[in-house]
Ligand binder design. Structure first.
Ligand code: NAG
Ligand code: NAG
Ligand code: NAG
Ligand code: NAG
Ligand code: NAG
Length: 219
């Protein structure tokens, strides 16, 4: 899934600095949103399709209500509840904005839209996806800032936003992502310094921040 990730990634030096392996018990994510069900998942997927301005390869050609959305290209569901767990449409030449309705896919574990032509902001609502483990939006034309709300996605292990047009600073809240192993933010227009909160990412194995406008922080 990270095959389209050509970034140079180097070992995070923070990990070297932090020797203690905290065995903290993480707060269990409630994820309790009873108003959401397989019908709202369908609404979210239809909204996703609606917000595309172009699909030149007709990748979403079979995305119609003739067949259960669980059979649609790029979509996988949980067996019992028929809730969307995976939305994976990388390398698909899709163009458009990312609908905030994706925040209603409350069972989503993997969202991969890498290497398309999505633009606009990363919706704040992504922060509602508390089961999300992998979020890859690298190689698109996303702009605006990285939403602080991503810090709510406590299960996130891989966050890849490199090769976009993101501005603003790295949110402190990324330091809340205690499960994070890979963080790729290279090749954007991110400014400021690396927030000290990232020292809390004790599981981080790869960090790539190259080609931004970050300033060094000296202790
Ligand atoms: C849905 O299925 C019917 C019957 O197989 C077919 O005639 C119709 O064209 C299909 N609609 C779409 C949007 O694929
Ligand atoms: C949606 O969920 C309901 C109740 O859990 C279930 O009966 C129904 O078959 C599901 N629909 C689909 C399309 O999976
Ligand atoms: C991006 O996707 C296109 C197909 O849409 C493919 O030809 C190209 O190699 C991909 N680029 C990367 C860097 O993976
Ligand atoms: C789904 O998300 C949209 C946009 O974030 C929101 O307006 C809508 O109320 C949500 N639907 C449900 C059923 O929660
Ligand atoms: C790291 O996490 C601890 C516990 O949540 C918190 O008290 C501390 O302020 C964090 N460190 C930084 C530099 O944010």
């Amino acid at each position: 899934m990270l095959s389209s990730e050509p970034v140079l990634s180097h070992r995070c030096y923070f990990v070297m600095v932090i020797f203690f392996a905290f065995s903290t018990t993480l707060p269990v994510c409630e994820c309790h949103r009873p108003s959401l069900n397989n019908f709202t998942d369908l609404q979210a997927l239809l909204s996703f399709k609606d917000h595309l301005s172009s699909d030149p390869c007709n990748v979403l050609g079979d995305w119609n209500t003739n067949t259960s959305f669980c059979n649609w290209i790029g979509v996988s569901c949980s067996k019992h509840r028929q809730r969307v767990t995976i939305l994976q449409l990388f390398d698909s030449s899709l163009q458009g904005i990312i609908t905030p309705f994706l925040g209603n896919l409350s069972f989503l574990r993997l969202l991969s839209l890498a290497n398309n032509s999505f633009h606009g902001h990363i919706p704040t609502e992504i922060g509602q996806l508390c089961r999300l483990k992998l979020l890859t939006l690298n190689i698109n034309q996303m702009n605006g800032e990285i939403p602080q709300s991503i810090g709510n996605c406590e299960k996130l292990k891989v966050l890849s936003l490199s090769y976009n047009g993101l501005v603003g600073t790295i949110p402190n809240e990324l330091g809340l992502l205690r499960e994070l192993k890979r963080l790729y933010l290279g090749r954007n227009y991110i400014t400021g310094t690396i927030p000290p909160s990232l020292e809390n990412l004790t599981r981080l194995e790869e960090l790539a921040l190259e080609e931004n406008q970050l300033c060094a922080r000296y202790e």
